[in-house]
Design a protein around this ligand. Structure first.
Ligand SMILES: Cc1ncc(COP(=O)(O)O)c(C=O)c1O
Length: 397
């Protein structure tokens, strides 16, 4: 008799990694694989900046390899706060560092929701949030992003989904998987909804410096000082070090409003001791040292976003709103059948590995897939050609 797994794990999916099984099958069939599925810059030859490596190695050599304070080392916490203040975040009450932004998001939700509560999640959005709400046995309730409006949220849809059990709204700006950057007006309207319904606003800004369409990134917590806003960021994307597993949460809002909630979050940080310690010594230099790698990444990502737009929009049966930030593109497919079947066959027949839109949530009746714009231009060109031919063949079946 086998050991029964907890029921709460039954609905947890993580399409980005699940797709690897199909890619392995394609490799066994002898396909030349082009990986456009991993939101990780390092395997695609982007490098962690040297000064960030130096600071980490020095900390390790200095034997700073014990536990750190649960919220993080004071030097890093102070640097995160300074950076946030420079960017205009208001009413900052606290900062805590975790094992990736992922852990800080898990702490924030675990300290907030009980069974029966619901949290509004962007569809499409990063699948961690649906995995966490499943694990916490609360409802991850979708609100839809509007493709026709540059992937801005449909605010009427969002408002209609709030009820007396809603505790929070999650937003991801710039968004994974769409690459959409949200306007100040949109953010102000979401803030107003949180104000009216006493909701916590979880603002995932992990791609906030990777913006290349001339749009301005507005930190959500720079727009209000009277509601509870949690801003998530970390070393993974902007500073090209996802394997360091270091992220942080900046807690903003009036002291009286957030006191109990903040204490619950800090209790959870204490219960797991601390995040990776030596790497925390790189946070100050990451935030305050040379930022030139960000500019060069943005130049490359802009060129590739344009390439994706040019090549994919030529294909009958596809359309793409080119991303303005982050390193993803999320084309729409006008095909019979669902996008999981499409992507499975795409990988098996062409070797191009992407992730189906159903892994990120989408409006019923629509089909998409996500690709990353991290591979070099030549690989992307080759992949876009194979995708175009495959879509044409699929539609002619
Ligand atoms: C929107 C978003 N939030 C959070 C994360 C996870 O970040 P971390 O590596 O800091 O845990 C990712 C990773 O892809 C992401 O896309």
């Amino acid at each position: 008799m086998s050991i029964q797994a907890a029921k709460r794990t039954q609905h947890i999916r993580y399409a980005v990694r699940d797709i690897i099984l199909i890619a392995d099958e394609a490799r066994r069939r002898g396909r030349d694989l082009l990986y456009l599925n991993i939101g990780d810059p390092n395997p695609y030859q982007f490098r962690t900046p040297e000064h960030i490596l130096e600071a980490t190695i020095k900390a390790m050599r200095d034997n700073l390899n014990g536990y750190s304070p649960s919220s993080g080392i004071p030097e890093a916490v102070a640097a995160i706060r300074r950076d946030a203040e420079r960017r205009g975040l208001k009413n900052i009450q606290d900062v805590f560092i975790g094992t990736g932004a992922s852990e800080t998001i898990e702490i924030a939700l675990s300290a907030l929701v009980d069974r029966g509560d619901n949290v509004l999640l962007p569809f499409p959005g990063y699948p961690l949030y649906t995995a966490l709400t499943a694990k916490l046995e609360c409802e991850g309730r979708p609100y839809f992003l509007d493709e026709a409006n540059g992937w801005q949220p449909d605010l009427a849809d969002m408002a209609a989904r709030i009820d007396e059990h809603t505790r929070a709204i999650v937003l991801i700006n710039p968004n994974n998987p769409t690459g959409g950057v949200w306007s100040r007006e949109t953010l102000l309207q979401i803030i107003e909804l949180c104000r009216q319904h006493n909701l916590v606003l979880l603002s995932d800004e992990i791609y906030d410096r990777l913006i290349y369409n001339g749009q301005e990134h507005v930190p959500t917590a720079s727009l209000a000082d009277d509601i509870c806003i949690l801003t998530f960021n970390g070393l993974s994307k902007n500073w090209v070090a996802p394997g360091f597993r270091l992220g942080w949460c900046i807690v903003s809002g009036p002291d009286k409003l957030i006191k109990d909630y903040l204490e619950a979050m800090l209790k959870l940080t204490r219960a797991r001791l601390c995040a990776n310690h030596p790497e925390q010594h790189a946070i100050r230099v990451a935030l305050e040292g040379d930022q030139s790698h960000i500019q060069s990444m943005n130049e490359i990502l802009k060129r590739r976003a344009e390439l994706a737009g040019r090549m994919l929009n030529q294909v009958e049966g596809m359309s793409l709103i080119p991303p303005g930030g982050a390193f993803y593109a999320y084309p729409s497919l006008y095909i019979e059948g669902d996008d999981s079947d499409f992507v499975r066959q795409l990988i098996l027949d062409t070797g191009v590995v992407v992730v189906p839109g159903s892994g990120f949530g989408q409006r019923p009746g629509t089909s998409h897939f996500r690709l990353v714009t991290l591979p070099d231009d030549e690989t992307l060109r080759k992949a876009f050609e194979r995708i175009g031919n495959f879509v044409t063949a699929w539609r002619a079946r």
